[in-house]
Design a protein around this ligand. Structure first.
Ligand code: KG4
Ligand code: ZN
Length: 375
């Protein structure tokens, strides 16, 4: 009999529920995004996020059960994200998970959101019948996090979905997360929120546009595996301020977005060659930095694979640059599919599985933790 875990995720602005069997087969995965609610504020508004989670949690869990063709009785355990994230948002998922576990008499498994992102990579790999080789270097890169871990297996544990993993943080951003830099640059260019997907597509069509500015390598003192993106974002801001010719097109795009014309097809005709060149240079700088620091860490630690997860891992250029760079050092780069890169609950259910198998459970005292290290 397989072990079916219901995963619940509500740490930021996605309410998600999923059912995963044996930590590897996704029976259902439902995500309710709040992007439309937060868009006009250019970022996630915590109070609005918790209220929306409250509205969504019950129907989303019900839908996950329905899609899997299961009832609560068929579920063996409930895995819930308890941090890191927005406390008000986390509390909605935790309270619901605790209540369900108590009412159904099922075990409750606490899951670190970041461990969920790591398991998104393993979920995808299992689909192809493969497992990334360990030790690995794992980059989690999203709107809230840019952090680099060394991932090692628990000595003696089998190489399957129940394998317990250990994490050692080797670097992190000192200021903005990479996704946050995408979102801020997008906002200042009048390209809306979230910034990643639109900048990704614009950079892809900017091939021959002349570069209006060049961004050098990002310098950080001390730990070579730490990141910093706020300087790059400020450099884009200063460049735009010093070139008044950008102002009219930024205004035109802001107006288009205000009208609801926000897709790539609507925004591309409102972008000059100069803007396309700027977007490409920004993305080149971010991708180069993420790939180079991660690859250096992989070489230094003699990692056998590179794992890349989180919302920014959906970026096309980042994926191909990682694939090439990993190849150059003779190791493989692994990513989740785009749907599993951004926040979802399948990754939470998958991360809950080894914990469930090793009896790492929580009781009704489980609480939300805004800052929760991954160990
Ligand atoms: O993992 P996620 O859904 O939520 C957080 O935990 O933050 O990531 C969302 C972030 C946003 O900052 C968004 O702009 C970025 O991921 N993102 C991308 C792409 N798709 C989403 N960044 C670059 N390129 C993309 N294609
Ligand atoms: Zn996340």
């Amino acid at each position: 009999m397989s072990v079916r875990i219901l995963g619940i995720e509500s740490s930021c602005d996605e309410t998600a529920a999923a059912i995963v069997a044996d930590g590897r087969d996704i029976l259902s995965s439902v995500v309710a995004s709040q992007i439309d609610i937060h868009r006009k504020y250019g970022g996630v508004v915590p109070e609005l996020a918790s209220r929306e989670h409250l509205r969504q949690i019950v129907p989303i869990v019900r839908e996950a059960l329905q899609q899997a063709g299961l009832t609560f009785d068929d579920v063996d355990a409930i895995g819930v994200t308890h941090g890191p994230g927005l406390v008000g948002s986390l509390l909605v998922g935790i309270t619901y998970g605790k209540t369900l576990a108590h009412a159904l008499g099922k075990p409750l498994v606490p899951v670190n959101h970041l461990e969920g992102h790591v398991h998104a990579v393993f979920l995808e790999a299992h689909k192809t019948g493969a497992v990334p080789e360990l030790p690995a270097v794992c980059l989690i890169v999203s709107g809230g996090h840019t952090v680099l871990y060394e991932v090692t297996p628990d000595p003696g544990s089998a190489r399957d979905a129940a394998q317990q993993l250990h994490y050692r943080k080797i670097g992190q951003t000192r200021d903005d997360a990479a996704g946050e830099a995408y979102d801020k640059v997008s906002k200042l260019l009048g390209l809306g929120y979230p910034g990643g997907p639109i900048l990704d597509r614009l950079a892809a069509v900017a091939k021959d546009a002349p570069a209006p500015v060049k961004f050098g390598p990002i310098k950080t003192r001390g730990n070579a595996f730490d990141f910093s993106f706020s300087g790059l974002k400020t450099a884009v801001l200063y460049h735009v301020r010093e070139h008044p010719e950008y102002a009219a097109e930024i205004k035109a795009r802001e107006e288009a977005i205000e009208r609801g014309d926000r897709g790539f097809d609507k925004l591309l005709p409102l972008c000059s060659e100069q803007t396309l060149g700027l977007v490409r240079e920004f993305q080149n700088a971010v991708v180069r930095d993420l790939v180079e620091r991660t690859a250096k860490a992989a070489e230094e630690l003699q990692a056998k694979s590179v794992l890349v997860s989180g919302g920014v891992a959906a970026n096309s250029q980042l994926r191909s640059a990682f694939e090439q760079r990993a190849k150059s050092i003779g190791i493989q780069a692994w990513f989740p599919s785009r749907a599993l890169s951004t926040d979802n609950a399948a990754m939470i259910a998958a991360a809950a599985y080894p914990r469930f198998r090793h009896n790492v459970l929580a009781d009704t005292s489980l609480n939300a933790t805004a800052v929760l290290p991954l160990t």
